[in-house]
Write a protein that binds this ligand. Sequence first.
Ligand code: ATR
Length: 272
Amino acid sequence: MDQYVLAGNPVAHSKSPQIHAAFAKATGQDMDYGKLLIPVDDFKEGVAAFLAQGGKGLNVTVPFKEDAWKIADIRSERATLAGAVNTLYVNEQGQLCADNTDGFGIVRDITKNYGVDLTGKRILMMGAGGAVRGAILPFLDEKPAEIVIANRTVSKAQDLADTFAEYGLVSASAYDDLNGYFDVIVNGTSASLNGTVPVMPDGLVDANSLCYDMMYGAEPTTFLRWAQAQGVNKCVDGLGMLVEQAAESFYIWRGVRPETAEVTRSIREQLL
Ligand code: ATR
């Protein structure tokens, strides 16, 4: 049976095995997806050992996404620009191929599952770490009017804006200096982890905006509570992104695109 794993440290609480098992069952794929805990300094060796015993592909999570980028022989364009990799597999020539499906996952969740067309829209990305970096190219592919990246450390937002300038209109801002209306705000900061939201001016959003937190949980995140208080109706957490990035990895490995709605619904139920 073809073997796949989520490689990370830690991996114990991951929902990926459950998601991929559901995809495999629904699409009739004969495969197994497990967890691979790799010591923090041994990523390359851990991947090599897994592939040597016949492993077909890996998802990669914290803290190895940049290591996965480094060890790859071939990277997709979106992985190259993301600077991080969450999907690895070996091609017929024996080369280690790398992709990043995280940004695809959030865009697909927004456009397909929530039916929001991003074309011509004004989008705010909060944060300038790996999560936001991985999402910018997939968002630009949807031809928005503009992406503004706001970050506590503005120079990091400016670096990202410079990196992606040739792909579309991308600018950097401090949170306090934000102005105008945003159709979509994506929170890619880790501020929610300590229950805070960067302070932003009122009036950036209205009832028709979409606010999306890359984090998810049983309760609305601090950012989504801020969005509700601003009168936003579409307040969405990142569970759909998790399932959609998994579906895209599954498609890369197996050539079959699984349905996601039922899987997302069942994981949501378990969270509650
Ligand atoms: P990831 O790879 O998950 O994106 P990261 O690279 O550590 O994680 O980035 C975390 C992001 O959250 C950064 O944009 C960080 O802002 P700085 O670049 O200024 O550090 C942001 N962040 C974390 N805690 C924050 C807080 N309390 N307020 C505002 N931004 C915060």
